[in-house]
Write a protein that binds this ligand. Sequence first.
Ligand SMILES: [Zn+2]
Length: 84
Amino acid sequence: MTPSAHLNDEARWAACQGRDPNADGAFFITVRTTKIYCRSVCPARPLRKNVVFHATTAEARAAGFRACKRCKPDRFGALGETTA
Ligand SMILES: [Zn+2]
């Protein structure tokens, strides 16, 4: 995995659109209309204008979002938080 490939929001969004497996767990998306956070490969397809990117699930939770039940981002969050 190369986190440097997903440094800016446009690259992150492109990875979401393509469901890039290398981006899975590298960042998370939050959807302000639904107040959930998701993995980049989540089958849910929010509108770009409603999406904000976060490096960790802890960051998303701190912003008031909850985990998506479809893609279960906390599977990755547990790993990320131990190294943060
Ligand atoms: Zn999701």
